[in-house]
Design a protein around this ligand. Structure first.
Ligand code: PLP
Length: 400
């Protein structure tokens, strides 16, 4: 009899982490690998944020923090939500979590009953379906397509809603497609949601600040204030503030949900490490100018990658408006054969071929629920991007 619980048999480890780990193992074996798989900015955490952590240590801010997050950080989050999103939240409506990931996880633990359905537009962030399954829910995957810019249409949403729908998860800007839903897109979805009061909205805004080409970010509770009583707005520090390792994120939601999520946190982690939280205050309240500088650099990197990939025989990708990923269409390559005689039948075959033949680690579209595509992250230096894309071009060119 296995020690492992039965319900884990449905669950897979995060594919992006699995591919990044495989790439690291190959590097250790001496292979020349370019990692384009991780969703992590290559920039360091800005100095003033690190300094705030050092000062917190020196002040001995090292005791158990409040389970919901230190009040100073929750106040800074409320101020941020007002300043940037025109949203009113009280400190008792905020839960500080170990990364945005734990905010989503706690929300699902706190709300799902067996059989509750969660609508997840594809392509999706790899963790949503497994988190739903882990908590007894049913992921309902709704396909989007590149012709509609990978955004969920009101018709597709309407068709997916049933009496059992508990949540709609919206990730804007989107990982992996980089698609951005603008105010009019969100308003069109809100119009559908008004007819279905049982459906809550989980708005994953983690890439909020990483938007390009003059796009103005908006979020559901802001554009549809009548949906505020059934919206959870989630955000974090990993991406814009380059704080992936600090494990800091948060949820803002109605009090009943936040206190249920807090109960879970009180019985699991007791909250988030205190030093990260003091650093988080400096992130929200300090100089923000580095965000625009990073975005300018992301745009250059995006355009560099696109200029090479769009010349590759069989690949297509439109310029995404946010996040730092390209979701590249590789449909035309399906059915072609590698120099080793392997016929490519799915996007996973292609990403395996890229890793084996060219040492480029990319993530296959099936991991994000929409095939045949692959995702590369361009949150890395231009030399690596150029080398990786040139290798991808060589891989495509040698298929027959
Ligand atoms: N949501 C999306 C769409 C993501 O891409 C990620 C990380 O890659 C997260 C949430 C969670 O980020 P973190 O837990 O580092 O805040």
């Amino acid at each position: 009899m296995s020690i492992v619980a039965r319900h884990l048999s449905n669950i897979k480890a995060s594919p992006t982490t699995t591919i990044s780990n495989l790439a690291m193992d190959l590097e250790r074996q001496g292979r020349d690998i370019i990692r384009m798989s991780a969703g992590e900015p290559d920039f360091n955490t800005p100095e003033h944020i690190k300094q705030a952590a050092i000062e917190a240590l020196e002040r001995n801010q090292t005791k158990y923090p409040h389970v919901n997050g230190i009040v100073e950080l929750r106040e800074a989050i409320c101020a941020k939500l007002k300043r940037e999103n025109d949203l009113d939240y009280g400190v008792d409506q905020i839960l500080v979590t170990a990364g945005g990931k734990q905010a989503i996880y706690n929300a699902l633990v706190a709300s799902l009953n067996p059989g509750d359905e969660v609508i997840i537009p594809a392509p999706y962030w790899v963790s949503y379906p497994d988190m739903v399954l882990l908590n007894g829910g049913v992921p309902v995957i709704v396909q989007t397509d590149s012709d509609h810019g990978f955004t969920l249409t009101p018709e597709a949403l309407e068709a997916a809603i049933t009496d059992n729908t508990k949540w709609l998860i919206l990730n804007n800007p989107n990982n992996p497609s980089g698609a951005v839903m603008e105010e009019s897109d969100l308003k069109a979805l809100a119009q559908v949601l008004r007819d279905h009061p049982q459906v809550w909205i989980l708005s994953d805004d983690i890439y909020e600040h990483i938007v390009y080409d003059g796009i103005r970010f908006t979020t559901m509770a802001q554009v549809a204030p009548d949906l505020y009583p059934r919206t959870l707005t989630m955000n974090g520090f990993s991406k814009a503030y380059c704080m992936t390792g600090w494990r800091l994120g948060y949820a803002a939601a109605p009090r009943e949900l936040i206190s249920a999520m807090s109960k879970i946190q009180s019985q699991s982690t007791s909250g988030v490490n205190s030093i990260s939280q003091w650093a988080g205050i400096a992130a929200l309240e300090g100089d923000q100018s580095f965000i625009a500088e990073h975005n300018a650099s992301f745009v250059q990197r995006r355009d560099l990658a696109l200029s090479i990939l769009n010349q590759c025989n069989g690949l297509h990708c439109a310029p995404p408006k946010g996040a730092f990923y390209l979701y590249v269409d590789c449909k035309e390559l399906m059915g072609r054969t590698t120099a080793q005689g392997k016929t490519l039948e799915c996007d996973e075959d292609f990403s395996t071929y890229l890793l084996d033949s060219q040492g480029v680690a990319a993530v296959h579209g099936a991991a994000f629920g929409l095939s045949p595509f692959f995702r590369i992250s361009y949150a890395t230096d231009e030399a690596s991007i150029e080398a990786a894309c040139t290798r991808i071009q060589a891989a495509c060119g040698s298929l027959s």
